[in-house]
Design a binder for this molecule. Sequence first.
Ligand code: HAX
Length: 443
Amino acid sequence: MAKLKELLAQKIAEHRPRTQKLLKEHGDVKIGEVTIAQAIGGARGVRCLVTDISYLDPFEGIRFRGKTIPETLAALPKPEGCEYPFVEAHWWFLLTGEVPTYDEVMEVVKDWQARRTIPQYVIDLLRAMPRDTHPMTMFSAAILAMQRESVFAKRYAQGMKKDEYWEPMFEDCTNLLAKLPSIAAYIYRMKYKGDEHIPPDPNLDWAGNFAHQMGFAKPYDDVARMYFILHSDHESGNVSAHTVHLVASALSDAYYALSAGINGLAGPLHGLANQEVLRWIQNFQAKFGGQEPTEETVREALWETLRSGQVIPGYGHAVLRKTDPRFTAQMEFADKHMPDDPLFKLVKLIYKVAPQVLMEHGKAKNPWPNVDAHSGVIQWHYGLREWDFYTVLFGVGRAVGVLANITWDRALGYPIERPKSVTTQMLEDVASGKIKPEDLGSE
Ligand code: HAX
């Protein structure tokens, strides 16, 4: 067994008794109460998901396996001469909670290189779709089409013990992950670059090869490494992660689950916000022509967006209550590599003005920027200007976190997810005191 799989097997064996003990001895301990607002309002703040892979503190932001973003980026091994770590190292870290050595990462790099080839039928499928299909639809369809490759589905049909589920799930996740950047690059080049494709470079790491197949020169490889790591995981409750977890809980394999999660990521309130930010900025620039943007013109445009009933894309968050550290990490990159980029300057100007505008507007619980307020601008700077592709980049990165999560879901035997619903009449009866919450029953 390869080293990562061996270490993962050991971690799983150590972890299982913790979950079993909690269920058996402390299953009745309460960790929260659900209010009517939470039941109607998208389960905000309801503690009913468990993951050890990342945790999102409203004021501190994300920690991957206990490490902040700067700590993670500093700890993981990097390809020679590069500023950002191997995404393969991040996968190891998310799966095991341990920082791999350079040699350990190289084992994963080689394993993924060997699994990278996209099946011809996926290419045929992509080519059969109308070229104006959104790239997220293409990406999701390509992932779903590969379901026939699922090792989990085959082993399940043959009959397999529950405590073995994680192992074919890990194989599926690895096979799928290895191919995602090449699929994304194929979609990109087919749609926007005259259908001219660049073969993979067998010597490059996952993100380095992505930059190569996309056709972008250095330091875009580091942009890709940074981008994929920053977008990988944001605990379990966001739409993409939760969808993948939910679908996989029916023992649907990784292909079904990831394709579904990508569909959730495609929503404008979630991953599509990065394309919306660029659209907003371009509209703003078109309106003010060659004029240098000022705090006043930006404020005016933000208010116009709000008055027309739209949201300010890239701002606000369901959990965060401060500037997203993923925004800050990208800001630091941009400050170092592209300080004079006019769009970056505009993003900074919006950051100066938008929180105050949103506070005055008085609706958003979090007036601060999220990850999407920045990401498109870096892509634009390095030549990736087809903004409807930006969410595919998010999807490639997000796959790393959600696939690590469903491997652990299977390892810990998490059951099929099935929250209970109530009727509006029941809520009205509880609210008026006609019945007590405990009279609603639990099943
Ligand atoms: N601009 C204007 N209004 C906003 C707002 C924003 N950026 N963010 C929130 N609000 C509004 C909401 O629409 C809601 O209004 P109503 O009461 O009229 O429905 C009100 O403020 C309260 O919302 P909230 O509790 O602060 O926010 P939610 O948890 O409901 O939603 C969202 C969180 C991220 C969806 C929201 O802030 C939003 O729509 N932001 C803009 C889109 C965006 O940037 N999405 C990407 C988020 C990060 C991410 O998931 N990336 O993938």
